[in-house]
Design a binder for this molecule. Structure first.
Ligand code: ZN
Length: 760
C-alpha cells in the first residue's frame, strides 16, 4: 500500500517569518534540544551525513530489489529480506531477521462474466507483458490481480454502479430509489481506501463487489498511458488488500498479539476483518462492457468517469457472475531489524522503517522508499566507523507483508508492545518516493521538529530548502486569504494527522509512539500502482529518474533520526500541538452546528414541499425523510482541557527558554534525562486501554483512520465519528474521555516544565 493516491493532500499545508535562506540564521541558533556546544558538533555530523547518500547506489539497490516479483510468500520476498539484512550487516548494524506466520490468501479461481443484458463477455483478468518492459513478462512469479482477504464466493446477480462506493453514494442511490440488496455492485477506485467499498456494499445488502480503475482517476484522462506515458493502460489492474483494517490491521487471525509460531489463532470464520462478500479488482478494459450494459437512470454528474459511454446506474438488465476462491495459507514473513546501540541512553529507541514486500515488482511501492532507508543505514554506519556515537539506540527496519495488511510492522509492534511502550522515542516511516514536494504527516508534538528538519534539506529541482518550497507551494494553493496569511506568518507549516495505509499505524495508534510519515511527491503522476507495471522500467522512465529525490528522502530520514538520537533534550514541542488541538475543537463544534443547521433546513424544505415541487416524474427522486434535529453537545470538558494544554505548553516554552539561556548548559545536566522520560511518555498519554468505541485495537484518542475512509485520518475519532454517524450519546461520552486524556497530557507537560526549570 502507499499514500501515492493521497500524496497531493499531504504536503505541509501551513508557514513563516523566517527569511529565505534561513540556513545562515539557523546556524547561529542552536538546534532545538541542543546546547550551543552540542549543536555545533551535531551540525558537523549532519553535514557529513547528508553528503553520503548516492543516487547511483539508490538506483542499483532498486534494480536489484525490484528485479522479480516479491510478494509475501514468494521466493524473492525472502531473498530480498536476506539481501537487505546482509547490507545492514555490511554497513555495521547489528542485524537480525524476525519471522512471523500470517494468514495470506492467494487466488485459486477468479471469474467475472456478463451473463445477461449484453453480449456475453468474460473478463480477461490479466495484465499483458509489454516488449519494452523487461520485467512485465515474469508471469509465472506474478500474483494474479485480486483483492487479498476477500471471502470466497460464487454469485450471479444484477449489477449496480455505485460510483466510489462510499456512504454518501448510497444516500444518493436511496434518493434515486435504487437498492443494491442482492445485487453485485461495481465501484471505481479512489476517494476511500479500497476495503471500505465492499464493507459499505455489504452493509447495504450487496452480494458481491467489483472495483475497477476508471481512466478518469489514473488512466488516459490524466495523461498518456503506459508504456507511452506513466498512466494506467486499459488492462492495468490495481491489486490490494480489502481486509477491514479500520477495525484492526495485521494478521486477521491474531488481533492484538504477535503472529509468532505458537500464537493462539482465531478460526478463519471468526476473523472479523475478512470481507463479508466476494470482491475482485478489474481493469477498465474489463469494466467497460459491464458498464455499457447497464441501463436505468443516468448517473449523477459527479459519478461519471472517463470512459466513452453514458454512465447508467442500473440495476439491470446487466447480470454478472462473480467468482472468487483463494488458497487460505499461512505464510512466513521476514522483518529485517538493524540496530546501532546508543552510547548514553541505550534504552531510548529511535525507529525508522519502510516495507520491502510488494504486490508485484514494486519499484515505486515500496522500493523507492526502501532504497532511501538502505542509504540512510549505510550513511549512519559510515559515521559510526568514523567516530560518531549516537546517544540513543537507532533501529532500522525493513518490514515484510505491508501490502496485504501492514502485517510485518503490526505483528512486530504487537510482539514488542511492552518494550516499545517503555523505550520508543519516535517512529519515522516512509513507503514510497517520487519527485516534488516533501510530504510530512504525523504527531503534532513533532510538528516543529519536522519543520526544522525540512529547513535543512535542499530541494533538488529548485535548490530552495524543502521547507521554503513547501511554503510557497502552500501559498499558491491556499483557498482563502486567511489561509495565505497563516502560511506566510505562522512560524511552522502545519502537518496533517496520520490516518492509515502504512506501517506507522501500529506504532502510533496501538502502541502510542509519536510518529512521522515522510516522502516526496506531487510532480510525477502515474497509474501503475499495484500493477505489474510498477517496475524498474516505469520508475526510471517516468518518476525520480535520476534518483535525486531518493537522495533527498535519505537526507531527510537520516537527519531526523540522527537529530532525535543525539539531542540533549528531545525536541518535542507543545505550542503547535496546543494550537492544533484548538483547531480540532473548533472543527468539532462547527461540525455539530452544521449537522443541526443542515437537518433543520432539510426538514423545512420537506415541509415547504421543495422536493415534491422539483421532482421530475421522468427522473424521479425519493424525497429525504424528516429527521430529529440533533441535540446540543456539551463541549465544555474539551474546551477546558484544550485550555489546560495551552497553559502547560506555555509553561514548557518558558522553562525551555530559561534552559536555552547561557549556551544551554542546563540541557547538558544529568537531570535532563528525567525530562526526556516524560517527553517519551507524552504520546503514550493519548492512548487508553479501552481504545476507540467498537474498535479497541485502536487506542489513540486523537488520531485514527476513519471507519468509513480507511486512509484518511479522523482526528478525535471518538467524538468526530460519533457526530458524523449521529450517535449523540456516544459523542457526549467521547468528549469526556478525550478531555480526560488531554488533561492528563497537560499535567505531564507541566511536570516536564517543572523538571526542566529545575535542571542545571
Ligand atoms: Zn507501500
Amino acid at each position: 500500500m502507499n499514500r501515492k493516491a493521497l500524496i497531493a493532500s499531504i504536503f505541509f499545508a501551513g508557514a513563516s517569518l523566517a527569511p529565505v535562506g534561513s540556513h545562515v540564521v539557523a546556524d547561529e541558533q542552536p538546534l532545538a534540544g541542543y546546547s550551543a556546544e552540542s549543536s555545533r558538533a551535531e551540525r558537523q555530523w549532519e553535514e557529513k551525513l547528508r553528503a553520503i547518500p548516492s543516487p547511483e547506489k539508490l538506483r542499483a539497490y532498486m534494480e536489484h530489489l525490484s528485479a522479480r516479483p516479491h510478494h509475501v510468500g514468494s521466493p524473492y520476498d525472502k531473498e530480498n529480506a536476506e539481501w537487505i539484512a546482509a547490507r545492514f550487516k555490511e554497513f555495521g548494524l547489528d542485524t537480525h531477521i524476525e519471522q512471523f506466520d500470517v494468514l495470506f490468501p492467494t487466488p485459486k479461481e477468479r471469474a467475472v462474466e456478463l451473463v445477461e443484458g449484453g453480449p456475453k463477455f468474460a473478463a480477461k483478468l490479466q495484465e499483458p507483458a509489454l516488449p519494452q518492459d523487461p520485467t512485465s513478462n515474469q508471469q509465472s512469479e506474478q500474483l494474479p490481480s485480486y483483492n487479498a482477504y476477500s471471502i470466497d464466493g460464487d454469485v450471479t446477480a444484477p449489477l449496480v454502479y455505485v460510483n466510489y462506493g462510499i456512504p454518501e453514494d448510497y444516500e444518493q442511490l436511496e434518493r434515486m430509489g435504487i437498492s443494491v440488496k442482492d445485487k453485485i455492485v461495481i465501484a471505481r477506485y479512489y476517494h476511500s481506501w479500497r476495503g471500505i467499498k465492499p464493507k459499505v456494499a455489504a452493509e447495504h445488502g450487496a452480494l458481491g463487489c467489483l472495483i475497477y480503475s476508471d481512466p478518469h482517476e489514473d488512466g488516459f484522462y490524466q495523461g498518456d498511458t503506459f508504456p507511452k506515458g506513466p498512466y494506467r493502460s486499459s488492462d492495468g489492474v490495481q491489486r490490494g488488500s480489502v481486509a477491514d483494517m479500520p477495525v484492526y490491521p495485521g494478521d486477521p487471525l491474531t488481533p492484538g498479539v504477535g503472529a509468532t509460531k505458537d500464537a493462539k489463532r482465531l478460526d478463519l470464520k471468526d476473523a472479523a476483518t475478512i470481507t463479508k462478500i466476494p470482491v475482485l479488482p478489474i481493469s477498465y478494459g474489463d469494466a467497460q462492457p459491464l458498464l455499457a450494459a447497464l441501463t436505468g437512470p443516468v448517473a449523477p454528474e459527479g459519478w461519471r468517469g472517463g470512459l466513452g459511454l453514458t454512465y447508467h446506474v442500473g440495476s439491470g438488465p446487466a447480470k454478472v457472475h462473480l467468482k472468487v476462491k483463494s488458497n487460505w495459507d499461512i505464510k512466513p514473513i521476514y522483518d529485517v531489524i538493524g540496530k546501532i546501540t546508543g552510547a548514553v541512553y541505550p534504552d531510548e529507541w529511535v525507529i525508522r522503517g519502510n516495507h520491502h514486500d510488494a504486490w508485484v515488482n514494486g519499484a515505486e511501492d515500496p522500493t523507492a522508499g526502501m532504497v532511501a532507508v538502505l542509504e540512510e543505514a549505510r550513511a549512519l554506519g559510515e559515521l559510526v566507523k568514523s567516530g560518531w556515537k549516537p546517544k540513543r539506540t537507532i533501529l532500522y527496519a525493513a518490514w515484510d507483508g505491508e501490502e496485504p495488511g501492514l502485517l510485518g510492522s503490526t505483528e512486530w509492534a504487537e510482539t514488542h508492545y511492552d518494550e516499545l511502550r517503555a523505550h520508543a522515542v519516535a517512529y519515522i516511516n516512509s513507503d514510497t518516493n517520487g519527485r516534488g514536494y516533501l510530504g510530512v504527516e504525523g504527531s503534532h508534538t513533532l510538528e516543529k521538529f519536522s519543520n526544522d528538519v525540512a529547513r535543512d534539506i535542499q530541494d533538488p529541482e529548485t535548490k530552495l530548502s524543502t521547507w521554503k518550497r513547501n511554503q510557497l507551494h502552500g501559498i499558491a494553493n491556499a483557498k482563502t486569504p486567511e489561509q495565505r496569511q497563516e502560511i506566510r506568518q505562522r512560524s511552522d507549516l502545519r502537518i496533517p494527522a496520520l490516518g492509515s495505509g502504512s506501517d506507522y499505524t501500529a506504532f502510533l495508534q496501538h502502541d502510542g509512539v509519536a510518529s512521522l510519515n515522510i516522502g516526496f511527491g506531487g510532480e510525477d503522476g502515474g497509474g501503475i500502482y499495484h500493477s505489474i507495471y510498477d517496475d524498474f522500467y516505469w520508475f526510471t522512465h517516468f518518476s525520480d529518474t535520476d534518483f535525486v529525490y531518493g537522495r533527498a528522502l535519505a537526507q531527510t530520514g537520516s537527519t531526523a533520526v540522527m537529530r532525535l538520537a543525539d539531542a540533549d533534550l528531545l525536541p518535542f514541542e507543545f505550542g503547535n500541538f496546543a494550537d492544533t488541538i484548538q483547531t480540532y475543537l473548533k472543527e468539532l463544534e462547527n461540525l455539530s452546528q452544521k449537522m443541526q443547521d443542515d437537518i433543520r433546513e432539510r426538514n423545512r424544505e420537506i415541509e415547504e414541499g421543495v422536493f415534491k415541487a422539483t421532482n421530475d416524474p421522468k427522473r424521479p427522486l425519493v424525497p429525504p425523510a424528516a429527521e430529529a434535529v440533533p441535540p446540543h453537545l456539551n463541549f465544555a470538558p474539551l474546551e477546558n482541557a484544550a485550555d489546560a494544554v495551552a497553559r502547560s505548553a506555555a509553561e514548557y516554552r518558558k522553562a525551555l527558554d530559561r534552559a536555552n539561556a547561557n549556551g544551554g548548559t542546563a540541557l547538558a545536566a544529568g537531570s535532563i534525562a528525567e525530562v526526556n522520560r516524560l517527553l517519551i511518555e507524552s504520546e503514550r498519554k493519548f492512548t487508553t486501554s479501552e481504545g476507540l468505541p467498537n474498535r479497541p485495537w485502536f487506542k489513540h484518542q486523537l488520531y485514527a483512520p476513519g471507519y468509513y475512509t480507511g486512509y484518511a485520518a479522523k482526528t478525535v475519532p471518538a467524538v468526530r465519528e460519533a457526530i458524523e454517524q449521529k450517535q449523540w450519546k456516544q459523542a457526549d461520552e467521547g468528549i469526556v474521555v478525550v478531555a480526560r486524556v488531554l488533561q492528563d497530557e497537560a499535567a505531564l507537560i507541566s511536570t516536564a516544565a517543572q523538571k526542566l526549570s529545575a535542571a542545571h
